[in-house]
Every structure is written in structure tokens, then in C-alpha cells.
Design a protein around this ligand. Structure first.
Ligand code: FRU
Length: 513
């Protein structure tokens, strides 16, 4: 049991250290399930990540489903299983992802649906721009650009995803108000440029003589895909899309460079989403439905918008860098703190081990000495008979060893015992007398006796006297006073006091026993 103590100390230290480390863990785990992976989602994920810088106690787990319903359902389930506190989700399609979202919601996990809708009402909050409004505005813009007359081609986003459904609806409502604008086709894309290239090529092949004046892509990538295919055939045709991203290949620059005629900023606003998430998690009041504002990008405002967005991006980059630096410092600090804790832990452990060892050693030495004394003097209540090796303890073994090993010591003590016993009854006996009998100087005798037995010659003399007295009380009819004088005490009362100290009882008790 004793040997386990240092190990228990170590465990306590390790636990303390790990709880310290846990203290640094973020408090909220937020899962983000993105339906896709593209520059729009990248921007949004970066904003979400940046949002966590302002809310220090938030950790995010991202999953991208690459436009697969099945994958997104699995990812949501495993995010939930991993113990997230809140789910942020952009469902790939309206119907297909709802069961997984419902499962998360039913387990009590708050759900923020953003940008794309779910068919179920089981969500905590919804945040998005108005996709119907965007489709309608784009439609009206196209009509205006065509002067109310022309032929328009639409390339739709993924069938079943809410932005595609709503943008189409808005667009068609605008078209229905323009009797001289004809929608030559509404092609099915899936939000990717490749899907638009494919769909427009096919349409072109199938409709040889039909011309196009304007193309509305449900996003900028699809508008550019259509442009690659159709521009060579219809050099006058114009193209517009939605997203209006600020980066180098983003819609704003495409409009500024006249590759697109217009775009519409589809706000990403990861910062707003994370703010909403933290409000929900902290039990603060929040808005269940949030409508994000957006704006049309045309050649008139593209230059200004680009400058503004570039400035914002520069600031965001700086912030990101600062955060990484701060992260680096924090990491360094954490490491330093860990090293300090480990060092302290080791010191504590060392001290505990040393104290335990010291106590053990003290006890062992005391027992050894006690044993040497009692074995040699063969006295006291437990030693009226010669001592037998009855207890099988480590300490006793180690006591006997030095006796057996060091015969010169044994001889010395045996000789000293003889001398003491011979003159035990002499009340005037001094250490000088004993030293003389042993042919040693007083100092030399003291040192040797002390080293071997742990007691001084005077103490041993007294112990021997009391041991002899104990035996006499047991084996003779002498009175207590007679016994006291017989073992060299000059005052019976002092004898009784010493006897009590040595054996825990008075001499009369031995007699009675
Ligand atoms: C990004 C994206 C955007 C589009 C939106 C529709 O994944 O395809 O280009 O506007 O999703 O949900």
C-alpha cells in the first residue's frame, strides 16, 4: 500500500494538468454543414471562422457535402453524434436534407438554417437574402437593358434547392410583365460552371436557328459557363448572374471588366450567422427569421464596390494575420504554462517521495535499534524469554542482518552487556566506570554504543536496570522498593516513574498480573 503512494500522487498531478488543459478548451462546439464547396462557400467559411475570433469560446467543425444529399445527411448525423452544441446548415435541396435536420433538432440541438431552405419547420432560426426578390430584380433589369424587347435564356441552379426555385419564380414574374421579352429556354444547371456549359451546348445543338440577346444565370459561375459557349455565336448577347463576389474571379470584377453585364450580391455574412449562433447558445433574444440586404452590381457601381470590398478584404486579412499571431503567442504561453506545471508537478512528486522515504527510513532505523537493544538485553515484558523469529516482516529481517553480518559489533555489544549486567545493582555506577571496564575512553564508548544501538550508554544502563527489575518482579517475592534498590535505583519513587515510562504500567501492576 505504501509503495502505491507516489503513483497516486503522479495520477493526481496528471489529472490536475489535464484539467488545466481542458480549461483552455472552447466552450461551444458548432457544426457547419455546407451543401457545396466553392468560392462563395469559402468566403462564408472564412467569415464564420473570423467570427469565432470575436467569440473566443467557440470551436467550429466544418463539413462540405459537395452537392450530394446523401453525403450531407451523413455529415449532419455525424456532426450531431460528435456532440455539437449547435448546427448551422445550408441544405442542398429543400426536401432531401430535412430528416437529418429534424433529427438534430429533436435531440435538442439548436439549428440555424442559412441561405437554402428546408421543407420542415424544425429549425431555431433562418438567415438569408431574399432569393425571389433577386430573381425578380434581375428580370426587371434585363427587361430594361433590352428596352423591353428581346430573347432571354435562363440557366437555373440545382433543381430542388430553394434559391433556384425562388430565383426562377421571381425572374418569371418579371418576364410575365414584359410581353415583348421572350424566354427562349430555362435550362437546368446545378450551380457549377460545367453544368451550365453542358446545358447551353446541348440547347444550342438542339435549336440551330434560335438567337439569344441576354442570358440570366442563377449564379455568376453559370452565367460565365453560358458565356463561354454562346458568346462566339451571339457576340451582342449580354450575360448576368448572381453572387457578386469581391475576389479576383468574383462577379464584381467580371462586371467591371464587362465580362458580365450585371450581378447581384448574394451576401455570405458568416459574421452575422456566428453572432446569431452565439446569441442562441447564450440564451439571449434573437430573431427567428433574418433577411440579409443585398444589391445589384452594374457597370455603374462595380468599380466603387470593388474598391470597397477590396478594402474590407484587406482589413479581414490583417485581422486574420493578427489572430494567427495571437494564436501563436497563446500557443507558446500554453506550452510554457504546461512546462511550468510539469516542473512543479515533478518537484511536488519528488518532495513527496523524499518525505515518504525519510519517514520509512526513520521508522526502519528506530525499529532496528529497538530490536538490537531488546535482542541484546533480552528484557522487558515481551522478552523474558529469548526472542524468537516469529514475525515475518521486512523490518525485522533487516534488523537481524546487521547482527549476523557484523560479528564484531555483536561481540562488542555482548561484552558491553556483560559489563553492565555485572554492575547493574551498583547505584553509583558511572559511564566512566563502564568505559574503564571496556578498556575504552568515555567518549569512544559513547560513540560506539550509540552507533550500534542508537541509545547512549546511560540509556542502555537504565533500560537494563528496568528490564532486570521487571524479571525480578515476576520471579521473586521482593517488594517494589527492594527491587528498585537491587537494580541500582536510589529512590523507589523515581524507579516507579521510570518503570511507568518504559513499560506503560507501574511495578505494582506487574506483581498483580
Ligand atoms: C454557392 C452557391 C452560389 C449560389 C448559392 C445558391 O454554393 O452555388 O453560387 O448563389 O449557392 O444556394
Amino acid at each position: 500500500m505504501k509503495k502505491l503512494r507516489p503513483i497516486s500522487c503522479l495520477i493526481v498531478i496528471v489529472l490536475a494538468l489535464s484539467s488545466c488543459a481542458r480549461h483552455h478548451e472552447e466552450q461551444y462546439k458548432i457544426g457547419v454543414s455546407q451543401c457545396s464547396e466553392d468560392i462563395w462557400r469559402d468566403k462564408q467559411n472564412a467569415e464564420l471562422r473570423m467570427g469565432t475570433y470575436f467569440h473566443g469560446r467557440v470551436a467550429m467543425k466544418f463539413a462540405a457535402a459537395y452537392d450530394s444529399d446523401e453525403r450531407q445527411v451523413q455529415q449532419i448525423d455525424s456532426l450531431v453524434a460528435s456532440g455539437i452544441d449547435l448546427l448551422i446548415v445550408a441544405p442542398n435541396q429543400v426536401q432531401t436534407i430535412s430528416p437529418a435536420i429534424d433529427r438534430a433538432y429533436d435531440r435538442g440541438i439548436p439549428v440555424i438554417v442559412f441561405e437554402r431552405k428546408t421543407s420542415s419547420r424544425k429549425y431555431t432560426a433562418f438567415i438569408s437574402a431574399d432569393n425571389y426578390e433577386m430573381g425578380r430584380t434581375m428580370g426587371e433589369y434585363i427587361v430594361a437593358r433590352l428596352g423591353g424587347r428581346g430573347r432571354v435564356l435562363e440557366v437555373k441552379g440545382l433543381e430542388g434547392s430553394s434559391p433556384a426555385i425562388e430565383r426562377h419564380k421571381g425572374f418569371m414574374d418579371a418576364m410575365n410583365n414584359a410581353p415583348d421579352v421572350q424566354v427562349v429556354a430555362s435550362l437546368q444547371g446545378d450551380w457549377t460552371e460545367a453544368s451550365s456549359v453542358e446545358a447551353t451546348k446541348e440547347w444550342l445543338r438542339a435549336h440551330p436557328g434560335v438567337s439569344v440577346d441576354y442570358v440570366f444565370g442563377h449564379n455568376d459561375r453559370m452565367a460565365m459557363g453560358a458565356r463561354r459557349v454562346l458568346a462566339p455565336h451571339f457576340p451582342e448577347a449580354r450575360f448576368c448572374g448572381i453572387d457578386g463576389l469581391p475576389g479576383p474571379d468574383g462577379g464584381i470584377q467580371l462586371v467591371r471588366d464587362s465580362l458580365l453585364d450585371a450581378s447581384y450580391i448574394y451576401p455570405t455574412h458568416g459574421d452575422r450567422i456566428i453572432d446569431l449562433a452565439v446569441r442562441i447558445l447564450e440564451g439571449e433574444p434573437y430573431q427567428k427569421e433574418t433577411l440579409l440586404m443585398s444589391a445589384l452590381v452594374t457597370r455603374d457601381n462595380a468599380k466603387v464596390l470593388l474598391m470597397q470590398s477590396q478594402e474590407l478584404m484587406r482589413q479581414a486579412d490583417q485581422l486574420d494575420q493578427l489572430h494567427h499571431q495571437a494564436d501563436g503567442y497563446l500557443h507558446e504561453l500554453d506550452t510554457q504554462r504546461l512546462v511550468i506545471w510539469m516542473a512543479l508537478g515533478l518537484i511536488v512528486l519528488l518532495v513527496v517521495v523524499m518525505v515518504l522515504f525519510y519517514l520509512y527510513h526513520l521508522r526502519k532505523t528506530a525499529l532496528q535499534r529497538e530490536r538490537v537493544v531488546s535482542t541484546l538485553w533480552n528484557m522487558g515484558p515481551g522478552n523474558t524469554e529469548p526472542t524468537e523469529k516469529t514475525e515475518d516482516t521486512e523490518v525485522e529481517e533487516t534488523v537481524r542482518e546487521p547482527l549476523a553480518e557484523s560479528s564484531s559489533q555483536s561481540l562488542f555489544v555482548a561484552r558491553f552487556k556483560e559489563v553492565v549486567e555485572a554492575r547493574l545493582s551498583d547505584s553509583g555506577l558511572t559511564v566512566d566506570d563502564l568505559a574503564a571496564d571496556m578498556n575504552l575512553s568515555r567518549v569512544h564508548l559513547y560513540r560506539k554504543v550509540k552507533a550500534v544501538t542508537g541509545s547512549s550508554p546511560v540509556e542502555l544502563l537504565r533500560t537494563a536496570r528496568l528490564g532486570r527489575a521487571y524479571q525480578m518482579l515476576l520471579t521473586t517475592d521482593m517488594s517494589v522498593s527492594e527491587v528498585a534498590y537491587a537494580v541500582g535505583f536510589t529512590a523507589p519513587s523515581y524507579f516507579t516513574k521510570c518503570f511507568k515510562e518504559e513499560f506503560g504500567k507501574v511495578p505494582g501492576d506487574v506483581r498483580k498480573g
